[in-house]
Design a protein around this ligand. Structure first.
Ligand code: HEM
Length: 226
């Protein structure tokens, strides 16, 4: 037990926990995007899907608490590792050596911060209905919460569209480095699959961003209507 705790406290252990919690969060983001794509099938499909998720309170709250724990662990460890690295090298390099590191890897802290701010805004906006109370939960013709109406109303507003697109930039940059880096940390980068793991981060990032941007712009451009 003490050895396990010591390992967890070490930088390597912390990075492993960050990799595992990060992969858990990415899995949620991919499934969330796939579920939301049902907006293209119309109100019936999206509202029924949202009702299906909400109609199982035990499952819903287990998933919510699980997600929250993953996010708190992931962000907490990122801050701790960042502070530890800063303490180990309080004076920055006089000349930065950027030849090896990609733009995404150098901007992980900034993209992570954009992501956290986006999620807080998103929860206040679409889950709590605080940002735009006019789009708070109404019922559709079948008596389900009109999540479709709420989403369509949201992305008809250019200001909201702009904020969500900035959020997608943060997600894209963060995921494109994070997924590949998690596989490396977990020691999964076998020579035979090294190309696959290198491509996995940018590929996952591209799929998530394209899916979300399709929803945002599909509504804004009137392809999906209320
Ligand atoms: C265009 C992109 C997105 C759309 C249209 C969208 C849509 C929604 C909607 C409608 C809800 C509320 C569901 C309900 O009231 O039943 C929701 C909740 C949520 N979204 Fe998103 N979302 C998007 C992107 C994201 C992203 C990128 C993340 C994470 C990085 C995310 C994380 C969450 C979380 C954590 C919740 C709360 C889930 C819950 O209520 O338990 N969303 N989203």
């Amino acid at each position: 037990m003490t050895r396990l705790l010591n390992h967890f406290q070490s930088s390597v252990g912390s990075k492993m926990v960050m990799a595992l919690t990060g992969l858990g969060l990415v899995t949620y983001v991919v499934f969330h995007m796939l579920g939301n794509l049902q907006v293209f099938e119309g109100s019936h499909a999206l509202n029924r899907y949202a009702a299906f998720l909400r109609d199982m309170p035990i499952l819903l709250w287990t998933a919510r608490l699980g997600l929250l724990s993953l996010a708190v662990l992931h962000i907490g460890l990122a801050i701790r590792l960042g502070l530890r690295n800063h303490r180990a090298r309080p004076v920055a390099y006089a000349v930065h050596e950027y030849r090896q590191a990609s733009f995404a890897s150098r901007t992980m802290a900034v993209s992570g911060l954009v992501l956290v701010l986006f999620i807080l805004f998103h929860l206040l906006h679409l889950t709590a209905g605080v940002i735009d109370p006019t789009s708070a939960d109404r019922l559709d013709a079948e008596g389900h919460r009109d999540v479709y109406g709420k989403v369509v109303h949201a992305f008809q507003n250019p200001f909201i569209v702009a904020l969500y697109l900035v959020g997608q930039l943060g997600i894209g940059l963060h995921l494109s480095h994070a997924v590949t880096s998690s596989f490396q940390t977990l020691g999964l980068e076998y020579a035979a699959f090294s190309r696959f793991f290198k491509a996995a981060g940018p590929a996952v990032a591209l799929v998530v961003v394209l899916g979300n941007v399709a929803i945002i712009l599909g509504i804004f451009l009137g392809i999906v209507r209320g």
